[in-house]
Design a protein around this ligand. Structure first.
Ligand code: G6P
Length: 614
């Protein structure tokens, strides 16, 4: 979703802004733009539909000098993706330029008021309304940009992360946030601004994450000042980010997604580090130690999440209910927040999110908090909004995920959920030491098994090439692997634009079976577990209708290989950890089909990595 970058200091701003926008490309966008105040103090705005490279081509012959600038990638909400709707937006007099991530919900009434006062609009965006409103206050109430921004933001209902330039104050960027993320990087004698730390870490590791309704005043030669909408000064909390550039590069892989699939063995090791001892005899999750009473006495758990994180939540439910005997409900955050849910102070709400910025998940947290629930976050992006909004939590520690389609974050989430379930079961004395050790020892060797199955990459790539013709796919799984089927289908949809449905295998009889013919590929997860025989029957049902079965089975299975059209063997593991193995070949299948079809794997059309609007 929209990305923001800003720079003010002694260096040339343009290359920093362009590089920053490229670092944020993964968020998903459809147009890009930037504004610079040049050395002769004129304010230049450049915009282009399409990619950041299109913007670079568009500005090629123009003046890109200046030590102060703001830049933006736009993911369309109000108004189609086109040059006019791209940010930055000028104010009417062209003295102000503004970029915005979020949605101004009351933009229509604000616009009407401004139109009555003679303001004209060049775009269909809610953002242009905000810059005009700031200019209106600058013309009528104050000459000072900060005060005008404060007055305007007090009128706004909605979500925003903004940055504003004023050509009459060429040493100043005003930036503010509410519900959409914004980070200030503090350099030696300069400031950086971005939607997340990825464009900043190259220059400084010192950052300040703005909180809701905080405004950062970035002035050349002065210290960072943070105030609220009523101009009360706030002490900015400086933090050190631990990200290195290597984590943000492709490392020889053609796409971030493939790199991130291959990162999984190492990521899962990182995720378990310090939580499971080397001998596999003990498991500790610090959040559980710190909040033991609250968690052990919970009436029930509710997990809120979106997209891939919601699929991980379904596996979490299975793990927690099996091992801890605590009832768990899994809710789409977007539905939960508007459903008038029954939540009380005896409930614990888990919020799962890779980005830690998903607007619906954040809103679900606020709602549950207002009803007294204890909130536990499971996130990847360190320092993001969700970890800051929760009472406690566990990071998944898989490093930055750049490909829009989530891969290593999913297996990281499942790993943390398994650790969580085992830690709670241990605390509740519901698992014997022997059973605990069997699972912990297996978890410790899962990264090796992941690495072994990645050797199947070429086999899966060959298989994928056969299926580029398909316009539909069905994915089937049962038990722990039913959510894996949902996730496999989502991966394919997201990046190859092939319609795919995930189903619990037995439900197939109640509808999807009607779709099966000789053209229909059916992906079946049929590893050796308690559901094996049932899956076998389901495969027979598909074959009886001539469907093309692509089966993922346990190494050494010589039954399904006789029936299925294509069969990929996977390392054996214990049932509750099956998703950590079976999800990876499905990621590879989706990746190779999309790559064969020539799709933009890392930045699929219409999708955003970080969904900061509802
Ligand atoms: C977007 C992303 C998905 C992600 C979902 C939830 O749709 O494209 O990959 O699963 O948001 O995001 P979160 O960051 O909360 O896990």
């Amino acid at each position: 979703m929209c990305g923001i970058v800003g720079y003010i200091g002694g260096r040339e701003a343009y290359p920093i802004l362009i590089k920053g926008l490229k670092r944020l490309e993964y968020r998903g966008y459809d147009s890009a733009g930037l504004a610079l105040i040049d050395h002769s103090e004129s304010l230049n705005v450049y915009k282009a539909k399409g990619k950041v490279s299109d913007l670079e081509n568009a500005v090629e012959k123009n003046d890109t000098t200046g030590n102060i600038g703001i830049a933006h990638t736009r993911w369309a909400t109000h108004g189609e993706p086109c040059q006019a709707n791209a940010h930055p937006h000028y104010s009417a007099s062209e003295t102000l330029a503004l970029i915005h991530n979020g949605i101004i919900e009351n933009y229509a009434s604000l616009k009407e008021n401004l139109q009555e006062r003679g303001y004209e609009f060049k775009s269909n965006t809610d953002t242009e309304v905000l810059v005009q409103l700031i200019e209106y206050f600058k013309n009528t109430e104050t000459k000072d940009l900060l005060t005008a921004v404060q007055l305007a933001l007090r009128e706004v209902i909605g979500a925003y992360a903004i940055a504003v330039l004023d050509k009459n104050q060429p040493n100043l960027i005003i930036a503010a946030r509410k519900s959409s993320p914004l980070v200030v990087g503090i350099g030696e004698d300069d400031f950086f601004l971005a939607s997340d730390a990825t464009p900043i870490v190259e220059y400084t590791d010192k950052v300040v994450y703005l909180n809701d309704e905080e405004i950062a005043v970035l002035k050349k030669g002065e210290k960072l000042k943070v105030v609220n909408l009523y101009n009360e000064e706030i002490t900015a909390k400086e933090q050190i980010v631990k990200l290195n550039i290597g984590q943000l590069e492709k490392g020889g892989f053609p796409h971030f997604m493939l790199k991130e699939i291959y990162d999984q063995p190492e990521c899962i090791r990182d995720c378990m580090r310090g939580r499971i001892n080397m001998e596999g005899t003990n498991v500790i999750l610090s959040a559980i130690i710190d909040h033991k009473e609250r968690l052990l006495n919970a009436r029930r758990f509710i997990i809120v999440a979106c997209g891939t994180s919601w699929h991980a939540a379904l596996i979490g439910k299975h793990l927690i209910e099996s091992f801890c005997r605590i009832p768990v409900s899994v809710e789409y955050a977007s539905e939960f927040r508007y459903s008038d849910p029954v939540v009380s102070s005896e409930d614990v709400v888990f919020a799962i999110s890779q980005s830690g910025e998903t607007a619906d998940t954040l809103a679900a947290i606020e709602l549950a908090k207002s009803k007294g629930a204890f909130i536990y976050g499971i996130c990847n992006a360190v320092g993001s909004s969700i970890p800051r909004a929760t009472h406690t939590g566990s990071y998944i520690h898989v490093g930055p995920e750049i490909g829009v389609a989530s891969t290593k974050a999913f297996t990281g989430q499942v790993t943390v959920l398994a650790i969580l379930a085992l830690s709670l079961a241990k605390e509740k004395q519901l698992i014997s030491q022997n059973d605990l050790e069997i699972i912990l020892k297996e978890l410790l060797i899962i990264p090796d098994k992941m690495a072994a199955l990645l050797q199947k990459n070429a086999e899966i790539a060959n298989l994928s090439a056969i299926f580029t013709y398909a316009t539909n796919f069905i994915y089937l799984g049962r038990g722990y692997c039913y959510p894996v089927a949902l996730e496999g289908a989502l991966k394919l949809k997201e990046i190859s634009y092939i319609h795919a449905e995930g189903y619990p295998a037995a439900e197939m009889k109640h509808g999807p079976i009607a779709l099966i013919d000789a053209e229909m590929p059916v992906v079946v997860i049929a590893t050796q577990n308690g559901m094996y025989e049932k899956m076998l029957s389901n495969i027979q049902e598909i074959k009886a209708r001539k469907g093309k079965v692509i089966a993922f089975v346990t190494e050494g299975d010589n039954v399904i290989s006789q029936i299925a059209d294509y069969c990929i063997e996977l390392p054996e593991t214990i049932e509750c950890l099956d998703p950590l193995i079976t999800s990876i070949p499905l990621q590879l299948l989706a990746y190779h089909i999309a790559a064969c079809k020539g799709k933009n794997v890392d930045q699929p059309r219409n999708l955003a990595k970080s969904v900061t609007v509802e």
